[in-house]
Write a protein that binds this ligand. Sequence first.
Ligand SMILES: C[S@@+](CC[C@H](N)C(=O)[O-])C[C@H]1O[C@@H](n2cnc3c(N)ncnc32)[C@H](O)[C@@H]1O
Length: 371
Amino acid sequence: MGSKRAMLENGLGELFEKEVPKALRFVDLFSGSGAVAARVSTRFPIQVLAFDLQRYSAVLTAAVIDRNQELKGSYALESWIRRARKRVTKVALTPSKLTRMFVADARAWSEIQAELPITKAYGGHYFSPQQSVWIDALRATLPKNEPSRTVALAALIRASSACVAAPGHTAQPFQPTATAKRYLAEAWSKDVVARTIAELRTLAAQFAVMIGKADVADANDAAKCVRERDLVFIDPPYSGVHYSRFYHVLETIAQGCCGEVSGIGRYPAANLRPRSKYSVGSESAKALGELFQRVASNGARAIVTFPDHTCSNGLSGNLVREIAGQYFTIREQSVKSRFSSLGGTGDLRKNQAGRAARKHASELILFLEPK
Ligand SMILES: C[S@@+](CC[C@H](N)C(=O)[O-])C[C@H]1O[C@@H](n2cnc3c(N)ncnc32)[C@H](O)[C@@H]1O
């Protein structure tokens, strides 16, 4: 999951220490992994609101910010795992060696599991059949009551993300080729259940100082609820390919189902995945301008982060600075960051994404005050 975790230790965290205490609320308009919203809500006595187009993001974020107490009770956890275990049949597809033939069998078996949506869509691809059967069982038997349900679902999403047989995101699974086979074998050998339990314990211990709210919404709509004295965090997409293409597996686990999937990436149909103006070259600058205008006219201050180069959605550090300058006075710093190129050149678009799969880059941090 792309995240601001590294930047929080590198400039961004310090800026929060200085600016968050002056604000009444903190509003994260592109919450992604939820790392930023969780960081602020667990450290400061301030309400945090978080929004993203994708449900999995809202689940991950809500698991921490919607709660102001540790989640206690290992009994609930044990009974969840027990309920799931009752549904899990041992899949008789466990090879000593991962061959093309075995992978083909795993895919064929998975595809006919009509009652198991995650197995049917992704078994034999992103997960081994046995892993995906467990993910289906855990998804189907989540605790009924909140906040246990959301925390358990977030733990399952995080564990699945850690086990997925794909390079960093889920645009394409590893294939059983001579070079990628060992990565596929390594991913398929991971214990989804043990990881889910570990993630749940980590999440259960985190909670907000003040109860906040995470939701699925378009940032430009959510910005209408921004008020004077809010501090708004804006970390918009930089990819010209929709994020829903990279995170559809996590989104399916969050939703519990998906429609038919197709292609090597096993994507649900494009019209069933969230579409963002920020990932369309001809619309991104206009969308960002409208967002800045809304935040500034509501009298709120903002922190923006953006890679300091031209990105595949047509936005660049310079352009973001120029658009922001129409509505705000700007204080600026630049920090070294690890930059995920998401699809970059390897997303089947023959470099239409327009940049190399960079690993290290500079990232701008702009602090904005309405003019
Ligand atoms: C650069 S990432 C944010 C990463 C996040 N700050 C973190 O630490 O994980 C951009 C996020 O914006 C979301 N997104 C894209 N278009 C959006 C829109 N119009 N409104 C709200 N969220 C959007 C994507 O789903 C993605 O999670």
